[in-house]
Write a protein that binds this ligand. Sequence first.
Ligand SMILES: NC(=O)c1ccc[n+]([C@@H]2O[C@H](COP(=O)([O-])OP(=O)(O)OC[C@H]3O[C@@H](n4cnc5c(N)ncnc54)[C@H](OP(=O)(O)O)[C@@H]3O)[C@@H](O)[C@H]2O)c1
Length: 253
Amino acid sequence: MKPIKYIFMKNKIIVITGGATGIGLAIVKELITHNTVVSLDRNASKIAALKTAVPEITSITADVTSEEDLSKAMDAIEKLYGKIDLLINNAGKGSQFDFVNTSEKKLMENMEMEIAINYLAPVQLTKKALPLLQKSTEPVVVVISSGLAYVPMAFLGTYCASKAAVHFVTMSMRHQLANLKIRVVEVLPPVVDTELSKEATIAKMPPDKFAKLFLEKLEKGENVMNIGQTAGLEKFSRFLPKTAFKMLNKRGN
Ligand SMILES: NC(=O)c1ccc[n+]([C@@H]2O[C@H](COP(=O)([O-])OP(=O)(O)OC[C@H]3O[C@@H](n4cnc5c(N)ncnc54)[C@H](OP(=O)(O)O)[C@@H]3O)[C@@H](O)[C@H]2O)c1
């Protein structure tokens, strides 16, 4: 791919969650040259690797499901930079869903974890970041959901449900934050080659390609980004929902 001509994404204060690996790391690497990037991560060894790979990063240790960690992170960013131009809610987790064979305890633990990380955390962090976003002249909030917010894969049942939840709340946040002139962007990735998709046996998009496609669309001003195979999935889900479900699950019911 050709290098992106950055006009909008220059000299910005950017905050990303889960920037230490996968899609987040690819976005960090693409943005770090022309911007200040702060990454919120909880895993010490991943943070160490991030600092080695991207020495210019500002790293803050935070679990996105901890209200206290998020408050401390916002305080630190306020002291360091006084504003946020771009907030990227990227951190996510998924677990296998086997409704019949998983114990009730494990099923509920997985579901609570996915709801906390994939749905509640982006909403809570965006709420906490509002005062700092309002200090920016062109504030943007990004939520990375999933193409599976349109059509569920049965073996990822609770993950897809958490992504559908964040998909809908992002539409509501976009509508309401327009009054504050805050742009809200939703990115719906296809299968991207990261730790999260390691069990998937289908073709995967490389994370650096995904990051470039996302940032090109961000530069163009798109607010709903159906990237790669998600574009087709979105159309099928609207016009042929049963076929879409069948395609993903090999069975129609
Ligand atoms: N890869 C795909 O095929 C795909 C497709 C659609 C959507 N997505 C979405 O894209 C986003 C990025 O995922 P990825 O594929 O890049 O997976 P990844 O490589 O596993 O990256 C996710 C990052 O989030 C971090 N994280 C998870 N929970 C966290 C928490 N509570 N606090 C702080 N950090 C946390 C993880 O680190 P630790 O867990 O070690 O803390 C990890 O560094 C996710 O929202 C995912 O759902 C991915």
